[in-house]
Design a protein around this ligand. Sequence first.
Ligand code: FES
Length: 107
Amino acid sequence: MSQTFVRACALSELEEDTPKRVELDGVPVALVRTEGEVFAVNDICSHANVSLSEGEVEDCQIECWLHGSSFDLRTGKPSGLPATRPVPVYPVKIEGDDVLVSVTQES
Ligand code: FES
């Protein structure tokens, strides 16, 4: 199984705890730089069609601003209702000042 990484943005464009929305291969992705790492999760809340990148980041979680479910940036799992399903998380690589994300898995 191989993964294709595409450049999402420059590391220097990401402000700590300020999510950034990008679209990679047609997939909306919320990028979050927090606690010394960069995470990438699908930008659409698993509860309804809401952009997670417009929410707040705290304790390695991103909060959906509409109904308040938070998603763990490492696993995509919601911490509480109303969302019950996880959001997809994507592998991230940092190369120099480039943030690379894999939204596809090819076998
Ligand atoms: S739309 Fe995100 S928790 Fe309802």
